[in-house]
Design a binder for this molecule. Sequence first.
Ligand SMILES: [Zn+2]
Length: 103
Amino acid sequence: MRLRRRQHDILACPRCDSRLVQPLAARRRRDGDWHLARGCPECEWRGATRCSAEAYAEFDAAQRAARAALTALLANVERARMQEAADPRAQALRRGDAGPGGA
Ligand SMILES: [Zn+2]
């Protein structure tokens, strides 16, 4: 239970509880723990903590999953924009000059 609470602390901002906390720096300690500096883009909190290798692995996995989700979202947006750019009717609608059966 204690570890679970600690992991939650690493994944969330201690000031505003945002889940958007980002790593600023990470360094593995000789004892296997990690020194992790984090920052919050919402309240601009910055701080460093010591965490277990397991907690760091969870933090790192959450960061990678968030990055993958953003990359997939960006790919979807780019795909939609390319489809729209390739569609002359969508271009005409955007210009406002498409009538019925026009363009
Ligand atoms: Zn915050």
